[in-house]
Structures are given as C-alpha cells and as structure tokens.
Design a protein around this ligand. Structure first.
Ligand code: NAP
Length: 278
C-alpha cells in the first residue's frame, strides 16, 4: 500500500529537540514515506560544539534516508531565508509541504504585564513569530509543486486572554489572521495555508510560556479530561500537510482535547463545589 507521504518532499522549520512540535510532525511525515529538509538556528561562530545544529542532528540521525539536509536559518534575516530556499530548491527540486513551527518572545516581556511590553520586545516577537510565516512562504513559493501546502502552529491564547501568554497571545492573534490572508493570496495557485492550534505541550518554547500550569487545568476543563500528546499534534499536523486535507485552507484546527469549546470551567466547578461542601 502506498504511504501517505510517498514521493512527497518538504521543509520543516522549528525543530529544537525531540520535544519540539515540529519534530512530532516531521516524524509522522517520515514514518509515512516523506522526505524532509530541516533548519536549525545558526550557531555562534565561537561555539565549537555547534550546539544548535547538534540538537537537531540528534533527532534526524534516526532517519538518514529521509533527511535531505540540515542547514542553518534565522528567520530574522531575509538574506538567510532566500539562501535557504535556493539551497532547498537545488537539493529537493520542488516542495510539497512547508512547516513553520517557530515563535520567540523575550522572557522579560513574557513575565511582565502585557501593558508593559517593550517596543523592541514587541517588534522582535512579531518579527520571529508572525512576519516569518509570510517571509518564508513567499520565498518558498517559486519552489512549490502544484497542491503544495503550508502549516503553522498557533495557540488559543491568540483567541482569548490566557494570563501569562501576554505578548505571545497578541502574536498568535496576528498569526491566525496571517493564515487566512495567505490562504486567500495563494488559493488561486492551488496552494493551501493552515494552522494547528495545539493544547499546551512541554517543549522549550512551551516552558517559557508556562504550559505546566495550563496542562493541569486541562485535566479538569477540557472535554476529554486530559491534555493532548505530541503524537496527536504530530498526526493532525501531518494530515493538514497531506493530500487528505486538499479541500481545507485558511483553517485553524484545534488539537486541544476540545478545550476551546468550553464556556465555563467545566468539571472544575464540580470539584470546587465538592471542596466547598467538605
Ligand atoms: P520549540 O521546540 O522551542 O520550537 C520553537 C522553535 O522556534 C525552535 O526550534 C527555535 O529554535 C525556533 N526559533 C526561534 N527563533 C528563531 C529564529 N529567529 N529563526 C529560526 N528559528 C527560530 O517549541 P514548540 O513548543 O515546539 O514551538 C513550536 C511552535 O508551536 C511555536 O510557534 C509555538 O508557539 C507553537 N505552540 C506551542 C505550544 C506548546 O504548548 N508548546 C502550543 C501551541 C502552539 P531554537 O530553539 O534553536 O532557538
């Protein structure tokens, strides 16, 4: 039987380590026959150990025949984006999918009230977490195969106020909107743009945004009474990057145990009532 990604090639941007959401998606793709080219954040010139490259290399070494390349990319640089896409075109020919799983905000800005966000911190967070989706998509476009598809990763904190998520919530609101405008722009060429809105997962970026406390909350509030797993997010993400979702674009798919549908604290209310009664 032909595997879902047999003959498909694409780019995975945003693997930091084996806990990264991008890695969960990439594994699904490669386990289903796809070939991926990966980026890593460039290492500092004086870092002899090349820590950033090593962290991603440790992941991809289990898939030697399905890893097309591992090359540096800082999405803050237009020059690096152009070079990366040119290299990807040379090594892969055409591209069927592009995963953008990148976000960053200064820890100081995440820790202070949103109203006190610094101008520089706001620009930095928006540049890396939002603008980069536009810039990498635009630079990758010339290499897209017919039916190519783009996926980014968002979070509920862009739809509703999630205290602690702060400036990143504003970035995710902008990212959600960017998905829709890009979907409209690229639709006539047959290209799709979607997002997965993942429930809280323990990753490097997730820890900075305080996912630990949110995970405990999901156990009470989410309809499924638990958090999602990396594997579940990986499977849903790979679905949106596959031909199985060929009729879907501009969509924000919640993979969050149903948390987003709730209009009250759900089973937490029951718990609080029991505590009050005892
Ligand atoms: P992660 O493993 O830390 O991934 C974030 C990635 O962004 C890292 O690979 C990081 O590289 C990269 N990055 C940061 N600045 C960059 C730059 N200037 N150029 C290129 N790459 C850059 O954390 P994650 O949780 O998987 O995050 C992936 C995406 O999922 C993010 O958009 C995040 O907001 C979103 N998301 C996460 C959760 C969650 O609970 N974890 C929930 C919903 C959505 P370095 O680590 O090398 O700096």
């Amino acid at each position: 039987m032909t595997k879902l990604f047999e003959g498909k090639k694409g780019l995975i941007l945003g693997v930091a380590n084996d806990r990264s959401i991008a890695w969960a998606v990439a594994k699904e793709i490669m386990d289903n026959g796809g070939v991926c080219g990966f980026s890593h954040l460039p290492d500092k010139a004086d870092d002899d150990k090349k820590k950033n490259r090593r962290r991603v290399a440790n992941c991809v070494e289990a898939y030697p025949s399905q890893t097309a390349f591992l090359e540096p990319l800082d999405v803050q640089s237009d020059e690096q984006i152009a070079e990366f896409m040119k290299m990807a075109g040379e090594k892969l020919g055409k591209i069927d999918f592009l995963l953008h799983s990148i976000a960053f905000a200064d820890r100081n800005d995440l820790q202070r009230d949103t109203v006190e966000t610094s101008r520089e911190g706001f620009k930095l967070a928006m540049d890396i977490s939002v603008y980069s989706l536009m810039s990498v998509t635009n630079a990758a476009r010339p290499y897209f195969n017919p039916g190519a598809t783009v996926l980014t990763m968002t979070y509920f904190g862009g739809e509703k106020c999630v205290p602690g998520y702060n400036v990143m919530g504003i970035c995710k609101a902008a990212l959600d909107s960017t998905v829709k405008y890009l979907a409209y722009d690229l639709g006539p060429q047959g290209f799709r743009v979607n997002a997965v809105s993942a429930g809280p997962l323990k990753t490097l970026a997730g820890s900075a945004a305080g996912v630990g406390e949110m995970q405990a909350f999901y156990n009470y509030v989410a309809p499924l009474g638990r958090c999602v797993t990396h594997e579940e997010v990986g499977k849903a993400g790979s679905y949106l990057l596959s031909d199985y979702s060929s009729g879907i674009t501009g969509e924000i798919l919640h993979v969050d145990s149903g948390y987003n549908i709730m209009g009250s604290p759900g089973r937490l209310l029951h718990e609080l009532k029991q505590q009050a009664a005892s």
